[in-house]
Design a binder for this molecule. Structure first.
Ligand code: ADP
Length: 393
């Protein structure tokens, strides 16, 4: 059965077509600059990458080209061969604790949640509507980034702010990257045959740490929005909010401008003064660039802070897992994190840690108090699996 896994952004649409239950990726691609001049798309199929410039007025154009390309490539012979479409949705509020089949009520609920994710949920909805128009009879499923974290305790998700903000407006920690954290949790369950206490470090351009017990999220570092927690590519992570009005007056900036700085011009980009891409910062770190040394040390320290905090919360941890762009590919970041945990007797197997490039592997030494693994994430597969499971029930 062919399932499309879709991630629609405001001017982009990413897709992966997966054969299930075999879990085989057939084709994937990205449509970019939708509704903007210079739009183009790329399709990866059979080890080849096809790039084409094409006017994409809106997401519907992208969906049509995507489906017609599948026919042209002889992957399908008619649209009916797409058995289901799974959509990534950023925010499910506290309404959705798991993935759901999309109907009119779900669309209404996701619309109601727009104030909580004003940039993402509208774009995700455009994706859903575009597919619904072109594939009106194909079942669709919504997979929420927040859903996995709905198992957190109140003590973990409340903020110490006026209680009415929570009651009236839903001000609380929601957490994100839930589809990835759940994928790692399920992968580890598959590998171990039982649930263990896991601290998963999803560190990519965006980054979050998650404490997982009995296959459930009990704490996570992102909060009401994805700006909170560890240091990211361009986001600041945890900061003292009191600096915001101060910078607004120093730089004569509006609140929105300062928030843009905190979301887009902070994190590793700001600390390094060089790049938001960890590869660039690491290169400069190796050449002993002082700002990049500080940047990487701060980045690592913040991850360690969360690991130590979650180790206490879990009352001991069995596994630390690394995933996403940095977690899967950066030997250096993993090594620096694990070395800072030496006081807890966590030990690295340096040889196992090198050159993994996204391979599933154990990287801790045999006598490490906590086992450490690299577990490549696959959010697209998770979305496709949820879709497959829901439409076959
Ligand atoms: P996103 O949050 O956008 O999904 P990814 O998980 O794809 O991000 O991670 C992208 C980031 O991973 C890049 O910005 C880069 O910093 C980092 N990265 C990718 N490859 C490497 C590598 N070989 N070494 C270090 N960092 C890497």
């Amino acid at each position: 059965m062919k399932i499309l896994s879709v991630n629609a952004g405001s001017s982009s649409l990413k897709f992966t077509l997966i054969e299930l239950p075999e879990q085989e990726v057939i084709v994937s691609g990205t449509f970019e600059k939708i509704g903007i001049s210079g739009s183009f798309y790329t399709i990866k199929y059979n080890g080849e990458k096809i790039k084409k410039e094409s006017e994409l007025k809106d997401h519907k154009d992208a969906v049509k080209i995507l489906l017609d390309s599948l026919i042209e490539l002889k992957i399908i012979s008619s649209y009916d061969e797409i058995s289901g479409v799974g959509h990534r949705l950023v925010h499910g509020g506290d309404k959705y604790t798991e993935s759901v089949v999309i109907d009119d009520d779900v669309i209404k609920e996701v619309e109601k949640l727009i104030p909580l994710a004003p940039l993402h949920n509208p774009a995700n909805l455009v994706g859903i509507r575009s597919f619904k128009e072109i594939l009106p009879n194909t079942p669709m499923v919504a997979v929420f980034d927040t859903a996995f974290h709905q198992t957190m305790d109140k003590e973990e998700y409340l903020y110490a702010v006026p209680y009415s903000w929570y009651e009236k407006y839903g001000v609380r920690r929601y957490g994100f990257h839930g589809t990835s954290h759940r994928y790692i949790s399920e992968k580890m369950f598959e590998y171990l045959g039982e649930h263990k206490k896991i601290i998963n470090c999803h560190i990519g351009n965006g980054a979050s740490i998650c404490a997982i017990k009995d296959g459930k999220s009990i704490a996570t570092s992102m909060g009401f929005t994805p700006i909170a927690g560890v240091i990211m590519g361009t986001r600041c992570g945890d900061i003292d909010l009191g600096l915001i009005p101060y910078v607004m007056s120093c730089e004569n900036k509006t609140f929105e401008e300062v928030m843009t700085d905190l979301n887009k011009n902070s994190g590793m980009a700001a600390l390094s003064g060089l790049s938001s891409d960890m590869r660039d910062v690491e290169d400069a770190y190796m050449q002993k660039d002082p700002r990049c040394i500080t940047a990487i040390n701060m980045y690592v320290k913040k991850i360690v802070d969360y690991i130590v905090m979650y180790n206490a919360l879990l009352e001991g941890t069995d596994y630390i897992t690394f995933t996403a762009g940095v977690g899967e590919n950066s030997d250096i970041i993993r090594e620096l994190v694990i070395k800072r945990l030496a006081f807890m007797n966590v030990k690295l197997n340096e040889e196992a840690n090198t050159g993994l490039r996204g391979k599933f592997a154990q990287i801790s030494a045999g006598d490490s108090s906590i086992k450490v693994m690299v577990v490549p994430t696959d959010e697209e597969l998770m979305i496709a699996k949820d879709t497959y499971n829901l439409i076959n029930n």
